[in-house]
Design a protein around this ligand. Sequence first.
Ligand SMILES: NC(=O)c1ccc[n+]([C@@H]2O[C@H](COP(=O)([O-])OP(=O)(O)OC[C@H]3O[C@@H](n4cnc5c(N)ncnc54)[C@H](O)[C@@H]3O)[C@@H](O)[C@H]2O)c1
Ligand SMILES: [Zn+2]
Length: 358
Amino acid sequence: VSVVDYNFQVATSTGAYTVNIGRGILHDALKHVDCLILDQQLAVDVGHNLNDVVLVDAGESLKTLDSCSLLLAQIKERGLTKSELLGACGGGSVQDVATLAASLYMRGVQWEFFPSTAMAALDSCIGGKSAINVGSYKNLAGNFYPPAQVTIDVALLDNLPSTAISAGLAEAVKICFARGAGAFTTFLELQSTSESGTSMPISTALVEYVLLHKAWFVEVDEFDRAERQLLNFGHTFAHALEAASGFAVPHGIAVAYGVTAACLHPLATEGALVSELIEYNCRLVGASDYPPDVVSKSVDSERFSQYLNSDKKGTPESLMFILPGPQGKLERVLVPRGAETQTQARTALSDALQVLEG
Ligand SMILES: NC(=O)c1ccc[n+]([C@@H]2O[C@H](COP(=O)([O-])OP(=O)(O)OC[C@H]3O[C@@H](n4cnc5c(N)ncnc54)[C@H](O)[C@@H]3O)[C@@H](O)[C@H]2O)c1
Ligand SMILES: [Zn+2]
């Protein structure tokens, strides 16, 4: 049976959009889409009997201006008009390029997103951001163009590799921790009740809980100027880790490491909640099928420092870290760029590697 378990609205400056969450709801929801951008990996499950599908090859190479312009031509070939609905089904990379394409096609058409990865379902589907890689610069260009609707069928997540589940949950726990002690504690409860064995299945209740909190950040700070920046918790480390590994480490796994490093940073405040967060990230890394010492092996600490220093957040003089303060409440901390800051960050990273990789 196809039932929407939850739905709620997200307010934006250009109007509200609805988020639907259920199991087995995709088939019906796709009926009102006029042209669908579809991750080709999902073609057999989702798209074999649909007309007007544009299949794409997901991943970082999809997130370019060239593939966006190819996509625009393919949508035009499928005959989509300005008053019709564009759909996109896939993970974060499909979302990033579809957001941009929807905003540009005939100066903007309505679109609906159907997330197919844990990362997209638990985090990126709310917020309306696109991001495109330009040359070697990851996520350099982008805009805000929220979908008209988001429909999440958790059945799509059933066959994800365990690393992809851990990656999505790393962002999810970060969101709830950033929202406060109550949200973090409830997240852990919801997660343990939906857990069986070593796998970590994702229930509709968990998705709704996490996205309501993500929506809170996005609603109070749509354009990422204040509160929403707390969602960058762990990301200064994570981005440097990803780049220093030549993007061998997936983003969500880098976030689990980055959040742990931020918790262990000398300027962070220790406490029971912070310890629980570190422990949860250990479980995520342990549950992934990622080789245990791969991060320490693939990250050169010189390159880590270089990438850390080139982080786009912060100011010319200072780097910005989001760190736990008293009672685990996250704070934005500006530290002057320089040798001491680099030493602190490298110490935090090596402590995190110790904890996560043993
Ligand atoms: N726009 C935003 O706000 C935002 C936020 C976070 C991350 N992102 C971006 O999202 C990307 C990472 O997200 P992602 O991991 O979802 O990436 P992705 O879209 O690259 O998907 C990863 C892999 O999973 C496969 N896949 C997709 N759905 C599947 C399914 N149901 N079962 C099995 N395999 C499936 C894809 O084909 C691909 O090989 C990054 O490029 C990141 O920059 C964007
Ligand atoms: Zn992230």
